[in-house]
Each structure stands twice: as structure tokens, then as C-alpha cells.
Design a protein around this ligand. Structure first.
Ligand code: ATP
Length: 308
């Protein structure tokens, strides 16, 4: 029995590693930028997370040398705080998340997590520390259960269901033809953008990483579901004191953040709390007024409906 269990154990760990690399590949793929040129330094050490502070120091970056996207950008995302990055389309918001995930390296300056340059730590440890809900979550050709399970391969089925409940997708899944066994992905059942987003959030809840990034993560949800999901996410972030970054167009989803960073043409135009930025009467206040006129007050405490 002993002789037999050894190779089986070995196969088990190989299988686990293979699944883990699939997970990492998926995470990379999630940010839609696979870059094999990014390599660990020979002396790279695992990222040592202490409080979860993120710093960009004089960062310049462009996908092409002739077109800079971020220009000498410096910003601090304080440990345990909820921070939003907003600004006009194409100003570099998602790029900030891609750089943090090290899908690309900066051309100038550096990015620090708890004082460590992310180019000096192993990519594996960096990506383990980060959970992303991307703009568009690709699904595996596998069951719903598996698609959530990828968030944490050690999780039990009960934990998968618990995560789905917290992400407000459990009831929907139960209506699918085979429930959690329903096959999705290109060769499976088509599911909506909002369902995909909630699956991505379930995965994130299961992974429970110290750093959480949301890139337009709830844009396809109706106002009611979005509010319910955000309120759950907020309570988790607060309770666990996680550092989080939200990229969002709809300012109503982020106005309660501890800090809002307004980007314009690859630089910080202004930053502060919602109230500070409104009082400042700058770019944020302009964007806020423009978006607020799109809502009608239905008299239900500001939970207005958006005009379509
Ligand atoms: P949006 O709000 O529209 O999502 P954003 O502020 O998140 O925009 P980014 O996705 O960071 O903007 O992109 C910044 C700029 O970089 C855009 O002009 C975009 O076209 C360009 N860009 C993004 N990815 C690439 C890429 N892989 N190669 C070349 N240019 C890119």
C-alpha cells in the first residue's frame, strides 16, 4: 500500500500544480494581456505582505514607445483602504491594474507593494496576493461549480455555494438546467454579462486575496443587484481591512470610497474623498454633475433609475 500511495501522492501534487498554473494562466488571461517577456529575477523572493500599501513612484508606461499612457505618475493607495480610479475613457485606468498585476513592466519609475518593488518578487507570490474581477471574465469550458472553484482549489463544495450566495448568483444557478453542474464557456450554455460578473465575484470571494482589484466589475448588473453585491463586497473589505482598487465609470458605485483618484491623460488630475472633490469644483465635480443629470430621483432615497 505504501509503495502504491507514493506515486499517487506524487501524481496528486503534479495535478495540483497543473491546476494552479491553469489558475495563474487564467488570471493573466483575465487581464487580457499575456506577456511572456516578464520573467522572475534569479534572486526574486516571495512578496511579503504586511499591511497592503501600494505605491506608484514616478511611473511612466506606454504599450508602444511612441504613445505614452502613464506619465510620471505617483500615487499611494493606503493599506486597508478602498480606493477608486476614475477618469475619461482611455486615460489609463485599467493600465494601472495591469501594471500592478505585472502583466507589463513599467518603463520608468517603480511600483511598490509594502515597500517591495514588484519586479523583485516572484510573479507567483504577487498573483497569489491579488484577486481581480476584470471587465470581461473568460469562462472555462467546464461546469459552473468548476468555474467558481478555480478561485481556491482547496475549497469544499459548501464553500463554493457559500461564495455564490454572497455574490448573489446562487438562486440564478439553481434555475440553470443542471444547477452547479451546468456546463458554461464557449462550448457550454451562454450566460449573460451580469451572470459572468457575479461568477467572477464568487471566485474572488473564494480566493479571499489580500489585494482586490475591480475593473468595471458590476457594470452589467441592474441597479438593485449591483447595490446588493457592492454592499456585500464593502462589508467584507471593511471587516478584513483589505486594500482594494475600483476602476469605474459610474461614479455612483464608488463615491463612498476612502479616496478617489481622478486620472487625466495618464496623470493624477486630483484626488480626495467625494466631498472634497465636489467642493473643489474640478474635473470630478464636472463628471459627477454630468452623470447625476442622467438619473431621475424616484423619491426612494436617491436610488434613482437610470434613463435608457
Ligand atoms: P476605459 O475607461 O475606456 O476602459 P481606461 O482608462 O481603462 O479606459 P486603458 O485600458 O488603461 O484605459 O487604456 C489606455 C490607453 O492604452 C487606451 O488609449 C488604449 O487604447 C491603449 N491600450 C490599452 N491596451 C493596449 C494594448 N495592449 N496595446 C496598445 N494600446 C493599448
Amino acid at each position: 500500500v505504501f509503495q502504491l500511495s507514493m506515486p499517487l501522492n506524487f501524481l496528486g501534487s503534479m495535478y495540483r500544480e497543473l491546476r494552479q498554473s491553469l489558475l495563474d494562466m487564467e488570471a493573466l488571461f483575465n487581464l487580457q494581456k499575456v506577456n511572456v517577456a516578464i520573467k522572475d529575477k534569479p534572486e526574486a523572493k516571495p512578496l511579503l505582505l504586511t499591511s497592503g500599501e501600494i505605491k506608484f513612484e514616478n511611473v511612466s508606461f506606454g504599450y508602444r514607445p511612441d504613445r505614452p499612457i502613464l506619465k510620471n505618475l505617483s500615487l499611494t493607495i493606503p493599506a486597508g483602504k478602498k480606493v477608486a480610479v476614475v477618469g475619461p475613457s482611455g486615460c489609463g485606468k485599467s493600465t494601472i491594474l495591469r501594471l500592478l498585476f505585472r502583466s507589463y513592466d513599467v518603463q520608468e519609475g517603480r511600483i511598490l507593494i509594502d515597500g517591495q518593488d514588484i519586479r523583485d518578487v516572484t510573479q507567483e507570490s504577487l498573483r497569489k496576493a491579488i484577486g481581480v474581477v476584470p471587465q470581461d471574465t473568460p469562462l472555462f469550458n467546464a461546469s459552473i461549480e468548476h468555474n467558481i472553484h478555480y478561485g481556491n482549489l482547496d475549497a469544499t463544495k459548501e464553500q463554493v455555494i457559500e461564495a455564490a450566495k454572497k455574490a448573489h448568483i446562487h438562486d440564478t444557478i439553481q434555475l440553470f438546467p443542471d444547477g452547479y453542474g451546468t456546463m458554461v464557456g464557449e462550448r457550454g450554455m451562454m450566460i449573460s454579462g451580469g451572470e459572468k460578473q457575479r461568477l467572477a465575484v464568487s471566485r474572488l470571494i473564494l480566493k479571499d486575496p489580500p489585494l482586490l482589484f475591480f475593473d468595471e466589475a458590476t457594470s452589467a448588473l441592474d441597479t438593485h443587484t449591483e447595490q446588493a453585491l457592492l454592499s456585500h463586497i464593502n462589508s467584507v473589505l471593511k471587516e478584513k481591512q483589505r486594500t482594494s482598487v475600483f476602476v469605474a465609470h459610474r461614479l455612483r458605485t464608488i463615491y463612498d470610497c476612502d479616496m478617489i483618484i481622478v486620472l487625466k491623460a495618464g496623470q493624477v488630475a486630483e484626488s480626495g474623498t467625494h466631498q472634497e472633490l465636489v467642493d473643489r469644483a474640478g474635473l470630478y465635480s464636472e463628471l459627477w454633475s454630468a452623470q447625476e443629470t442622467l438619473f431621475v430621483d424616484t423619491g426612494n432615497g436617491g436610488q434613482g433609475e437610470e434613463h435608457s
